[in-house]
Write a protein that binds this ligand. Structure first.
Ligand code: 0L1
Ligand code: MG
Length: 255
C-alpha cells in the first residue's frame, strides 16, 4: 500500500529540485482518491514553506485529451503564488524539468464558490477573464504517467502567466486562440475546445471542489484548461497567446 506522506514528499522534492522521478504507480498501485490525498499533502508542504494557494487549474478539459488518456473525468490541481510569472516577463526555465506551455483563459472569481454551480449561475460568480498561459511540467521521467500519477503530481501544474483582466465574458464561447512562438503560429484553436465553452470549466471546478469539500474564496483564479495541444518551452524564445476579443499575454524565456 502506498505511503501517502512519502509519495507527497517525493513529488514535492522533485518539483523543488527540478529533477524527474519514476512514476509512483510503478512501485505501488493506488486509487484516484489516494492520488488527490497525495496532491493535497504535497501542496500542504508548499504552504508550510510560505506559498499561498491562489486558485485551481483544470486538466483534461478537451474530449480529445480525455480520450487520449482513456479517462472520462476532468482532473484538477492547485495554483500557488510561487507559480505566477509576470505577463511580459522573462521566465527562467531553471526551476522546471521539461516544461510545456498551453494557451488557456483564466477566470477571477468574485464570490465564494462553495457548492456545485449551474452554467447559468457560474457567470454571476465571476469578476473577469484574462488570456493566460499554463506552464505544465510533469515531475515524472519522460513526461509519462498514469491518471493516478498525474493527479498525485498536482496535474503537472508548475507555472501560469495571466494577462489583463477583461470584464466582458460574452465573446468567450468560440474565441480564436493562437499560440505564437518566435513569431510563428505553432498552435491555432478555439476556446470552444475547452468543454464547449470555458464557463463550463467554472461549473466543473465548482463540482470538483464541492466533491472534495473545498470552498474557493472570492478572488480565486480558475485556469480553465488548454485550448490546443501543449508546446515545449525552450530557452531564448518569445511565446505569445492571443485570445480573440479577450487579449494577449506573452513571455520570453531564459535558461
Ligand atoms: O491540461 C492540463 O493542464 C494537463 C494536465 C496534466 C496532463 C499533462 O501534463 O499533460
Ligand atoms: Mg492546462
Amino acid at each position: 500500500m502506498i505511503d501517502i506522506e512519502d509519495a507527497a514528499r517525493l513529488v514535492d522534492e522533485a518539483a523543488v529540485k527540478a529533477t524527474a522521478i519514476h512514476q509512483l504507480t510503478t512501485v505501488d498501485a493506488f486509487s484516484v482518491h489516494d492520488a488527490y490525498r497525495i496532491q493535497r499533502m504535497s501542496i500542504d508542504r508548499r504552504v508550510q514553506r510560505g506559498e499561498r494557494r491562489i486558485g485551481i487549474k483544470l486538466g483534461f478539459t478537451s474530449r480529445a485529451k480525455m480520450m487520449q488518456m482513456g479517462v472520462s473525468d476532468l482532473i484538477w490541481g492547485w495554483l500557488t503564488d510561487a507559480m505566477l510569472e509576470d505577463d511580459g516577463g522573462n521566465v527562467s526555465l531553471r526551476r522546471f524539468i521539461h516544461p510545456r506551455v498551453e494557451p488557456e483563459v483564466c477566470f477571477l472569481t468574485r464570490r465564494t464558490i462553495d457548492r456545485p454551480l449551474t452554467a447559468l449561475e457560474a457567470k454571476d460568480y465571476l469578476e473577469a477573464v484574462a488570456p493566460a498561459m499554463e506552464i505544465i511540467d510533469s515531475r515524472y521521467q519522460d513526461f509519462r504517467f498514469t491518471l493516478e500519477d498525474v493527479v498525485a503530481d498536482n496535474c503537472s501544474s508548475a507555472g501560469l502567466v495571466v494577462g489583463n483582466w477583461a470584464r466582458n465574458l460574452d465573446s468567450l464561447g468560440n474565441a480564436g486562440v493562437i499560440m505564437r512562438v518566435d513569431g510563428r503560429d505553432m498552435q491555432i484553436g478555439s476556446t470552444a475546445a475547452i468543454l464547449g465553452h470555458p464557463v463550463r470549466a467554472v461549473v466543473e471546478a465548482s463540482r470538483l471542489a464541492s466533491e472534495s469539500e473545498t470552498a474557493l474564496p472570492a478572488g480565486s483564479l480558475i485556469m480553465a484548461g488548454a485550448a490546443t495541444a501543449a508546446h515545449p518551452l525552450v530557452p531564448a524564445s518569445h511565446v505569445q497567446v492571443l485570445v480573440s476579443g479577450v487579449g494577449e499575454v506573452d513571455i520570453t524565456t531564459r535558461l
